[in-house]
Design a protein around this ligand. Structure first.
Ligand code: C5P
Length: 233
């Protein structure tokens, strides 16, 4: 066995991807960030002008070459062989559009396929909204991270070097809540904890405390730290 599968779901800015990355490093696993796939599709379709073109969206998506390339313990998303810069993928407009395209069945099917092909061997931490429910329902460990919208907005603004007491704070709370609502209420793969997920409220916890808890749970569920990532070639 090359390792267990750790699914980490939760709302926007709940610390999923930072946590999933740190857990992967501690276990010697790789980190698969599913949100980057939705963001990359949103970025490319915005740039090339077919995001709002219903007649073009399906055929353009079908033509899109969507692949993951392993870089150390992460995966780079390549769209037609090209990776978007981090700034473009994390831009507020990309995030907003990503949560819209993520409600489309054809987009979810594409992403589902790429995630399963890459992660099914295990030895992976995968974060998103539907990882424990839809993508890897047999994952050995499922975590659902939560934190209040105010705390998530505060962390996000600090991360961007902003002032959490400034006017941007309420705009960030509003934007996170809007995205959560859309992700939780869509009919396809909504953001809900899997029945067997362990919920961790991170509002009062430090990032290290969250990682320690998840690593301890992963070791209980059969993870054995290894030196190198399994080979996904
Ligand atoms: O996790 P991140 O904020 O990067 O995800 C961007 C958007 O992609 C989310 O708002 C959500 O709509 C969508 N997403 C999803 N399912 C996932 C991961 C992300 O619907 N597994």
């Amino acid at each position: 066995m090359s390792g267990i599968l750790v699914a980490i779901d939760g709302p926007a800015a709940s610390g999923k991807s930072t946590t999933a990355r740190s857990v992967a490093v501690r276990l010697g696993y790789c980190h698969l960030n599913s949100g980057l796939l939705y963001r990359s599709i949103a970025w490319c379709s915005l740039r090339d002008g077919w995001i709002d073109a219903p007649g073009r969206f399906g055929p353009e998506l079908e033509r899109l070459d969507l692949t993951l390339e392993r870089r150390d313990r992460e995966f780079l998303v390549l769209v037609n062989g090209e990776a978007a810069g981090r700034g473009l993928l994390t831009a507020p407009e990309t995030a907003r559009r990503a949560s819209r395209v993520a409600a489309m069945p054809e987009v979810r099917n594409r992403v589902l396929h790429v995630l399963r092909v890459t992660g099914e061997e295990g030895g992976v931490t995968c974060d998103g909204r539907d990882i424990g429910t839809v993508v890897f329902p047999a994952a050995e460990l499922k975590i659902f991270l939560v934190a209040s919208a105010h705390e998530r907005a505060r962390r996000r603004i600090l991360e961007q070097g902003g002032d959490p007491a400034g006017p941007a704070f309420y705009e960030e709370v509003r934007s996170l809540e809007e995205r959560d609502l859309r992700d939780a209420n869509r009919s396809l793969a909504p953001m809900i904890p899997a029945a067997d997920a362990i919920q961790i409220d991170t509002t009062e916890l430090s990032p290290d405390e969250v990682v320690d808890r998840i690593v301890a749970l992963a070791l209980e569920r059969g993870a054995e730290p290894v030196d190198e990532c399994p080979d996904f070639a």
